[in-house]
Design a protein around this ligand. Structure first.
Ligand code: CP
Length: 347
């Protein structure tokens, strides 16, 4: 491909929303990954890459964050712009200001809107899409009830770096439920992995206790996309079975969909499955070079032992680091960092 064609593909993503990886073609996701690799090299070498000078991203958080907030804030600084943190609890969102008005108003102040709204099944994705419908600036999903697409971009980038290929044909990836006593965690990460990895050929096995089924309409979309991409999604109710022969294991906790508003019951149900932990015995069931992945934060000693998460198979800190590079790529592409001079992102 010529440099001109590559730049044309980048320019074409200016103004696009990034609410689910499923909304972007495999080719467009590839463009974003290519940019992420370039920006990672630039960051490492200290080469300037101020693609978003004087631009502002508004980041609305309706939940806590370490990696996502800091990766996007630092990333915007490195791109020459500013990421403005909007705490939902100290803005008029807490008084019920509408998604429609938020989209219009924040678009009039800056160049992009990013939102985390992940705690209530049925709400976050609808809210983000409602903001996007009114916004003239592009909208990025920083995690909703259905998907965590900026995390999954970092996950795919990490797999690509380790295996040296973006073609995941025939690769068994076990996305397993794991026990956690802390809180009912969103279903967005396992769903986001199911939405993305089979489009690159992966054989995703979801291992989970019977009560922890994922959202039916999301999994229906994931299965349809898997069929188009050459991958596959299967489900088992046995963690050992899921791990057997896997080249990648991604065990993490998530809540049972009907219990998100009933925390005590949710945690009591979790506690019935305390033996769903990723330990060295389970890692030995996977391939000898299998990767251990987790989006973090992990409940150490519950979801995973220290030996595994700090061990030779673990790539969790590389995943976390890649949140910066993939986040910067998505901001630069959608917010006009590659746009032709004089062109404006138009959402
Ligand atoms: N993985 C992830 O999204 O981390 P934070 O919740 O800390 O942003």
């Amino acid at each position: 491909m010529t440099a001109g064609a590559a730049n044309g593909e980048r320019q074409a993503l200016s103004g696009r929303d990034f609410i689910s990886t499923a909304d972007w073609s495999v080719g467009e996701i590839g463009v974003a990954l290519d940019v992420a690799h370039e920006l990672k090299r630039a960051f490492a070498s200290g080469a300037p890459h101020r693609l978003l000078v004087d631009k502002t991203l508004f980041m609305i958080f309706l939940d806590l964050s370490t990696r996502t907030r800091n990766a996007f804030e630092a990333g915007m600084t490195q791109l020459g712009g500013h990421a403005h943190f909007v705490d939902a609890n100290t803005s008029q969102i807490a008084h019920g200001e509408s998604s429609h008005d938020m989209g219009i108003i924040l678009s009039s102040y800056g160049h992009g809107i990013a939102i985390r709204h992940d705690k209530v099944p049925g709400e976050g994705n609808s809210y983000i899409r409602a903001v996007a419908a009114s916004a003239s600036a592009p909208v990025i999903n920083l995690q909703c009830d259905e998907d965590h697409p900026t995390q999954q971009m970092a996950d795919l980038m990490t797999i690509e770096e380790v295996f040296g290929t973006r073609d995941l044909s025939g690769m068994k990836v076990c996305v397993s439920w794991a026990y956690a006593p802390s809180y009912a965690k969103p279903m967005s990460v396992p769903q986001g992995l199911a939405l993305l990895l089979p489009r690159f050929g992966a054989e995703v096995v979801i291992a989970r206790p019977p009560e922890y089924s994922l959202m039916a309409h999301v999994m229906e979309r994931a299965r349809k996309l898997a069929g188009q991409g050459g991958g596959r999604i299967t489900e088992v109710d046995d963690m050992d079975e899921g791990f057997k022969g896997a080249e990648v294991v991604y065990p993490k906790s998530w809540g049972a969909e009907p219990l998100f508003s009933r925390e005590e019951e949710a945690l009591a149900l979790n506690a019935r499955y305390k033996d769903w932990i990723c330990d060295e015995r389970r890692m030995s069931l996977a391939g000898s070079d299998a990767l251990y992945m987790h989006c973090l934060p992990a409940d150490r000693g519950f979801e995973v032992t220290d030996e595994v998460i700090d061990g030779a198979h673990s790539v969790v800190f590389r995943q976390a680091a890649n949140r910066l590079h993939t986040g910067k790529a998505l901001m630069a592409l959608t917010m006009g960092g590659f746009a032709a001079p004089g062109a404006a992102a138009d959402g």
